[in-house]
Design a protein around this ligand. Sequence first.
Ligand SMILES: NC(=O)c1ccc[n+]([C@@H]2O[C@H](COP(=O)([O-])OP(=O)(O)OC[C@H]3O[C@@H](n4cnc5c(N)ncnc54)[C@H](O)[C@@H]3O)[C@@H](O)[C@H]2O)c1
Length: 319
Amino acid sequence: MKAVIVGCGAIADRWARTLTADPRIDVVAVVDPDIDRAEQLAARRCPAAVPATSLRQAHAQVRADLVANLTPPQLHAAVSREALAAGLHVLTEKPLALQASDAVELAELARANRRTLAVMHNRAHDPEFVAFADMATAAQRGPLAVTAEVVVNLHDPGFRREQPLPVTTDLAVHAFDQVQALISGDPAQVAATEMALPFLGAHCGLAAITITFADGSVLCYRGGYAGPGLTTSAVGKWRVDGPDLAARWEPRDQTSSVRPPAYQRCITTMLDTVQAVTAGAVTPWPTLGLRSVAMLQAALTAARTGRPADVSPIPQEQP
Ligand SMILES: NC(=O)c1ccc[n+]([C@@H]2O[C@H](COP(=O)([O-])OP(=O)(O)OC[C@H]3O[C@@H](n4cnc5c(N)ncnc54)[C@H](O)[C@@H]3O)[C@@H](O)[C@H]2O)c1
């Protein structure tokens, strides 16, 4: 399968390493409006790839089967739409989109075109977190009270320097993915604030997000981009209380989820899906990604307006 990497920033190196190590994949083009970045990524990881400044330009020069969408979040929907419309499978970094309506439209377009739309969920698929969530939910005891705290010290913030509400937009979406393994009720309402910390860096801030769920469960999330004093491990601290249940997940060090092999497993699974869909399987409906976008949209609205926002319902998978 021939792959095009779109967005040659910090995370692209990790994707390029994994894609070039997979015998099923040839990276045929690397795209970035900053052509130096595209050329540098090609030189470092995939010398045969054509550098280009747009997907359209790359598509005019090389035939491709799939796109890895590694652009900043506000471009995810447009880049994925362009790729799906051109008949390409899409593997996208999180979030799937910033608006639930865009995310649903992309899922429907992928279904209609019989193409894959796969979203990176490396935190939700962290094997240690999955084991914790399985343990916490095994007895189905009823509504849960969940807190999560994740503060990250970034050395290369990239787009986050100009991103409005960068913590909510870029970091909290991991928690929106993860909480779905703990709470099965539909997310109902979100209260959110994000305070910028410009004295620590243009991308720095602290977000406090509370989500209530239809089954009575509550998630209180505190996340941030800050300095080394506030930093938690990259996967943070999760705590859960429920009727007859108390559980904690506080890994001290970075877990396997943030090391390349686990990230690599996520990408490999996405490529397996592309292969299956190419062989005729029905395009999987990206329920996890869609529900996260619905929570994200409500969190962004609440943070902008200062008022709680309702979470849009996500359509069920079409037969
Ligand atoms: N899953 C994870 O753990 C994880 C970790 C880091 C980043 N990410 C995600 O990866 C994405 C990229 O993050 P990053 O840290 O690499 O950001 P970055 O700012 O380092 O890189 C983004 C790149 O996209 C390029 N770009 C901008 N507009 C473009 C366009 N129209 N077409 C092609 N390229 C364009 C920029 O020039 C830049 O090189 C984000 O969505 C982020 O949330 C995910």
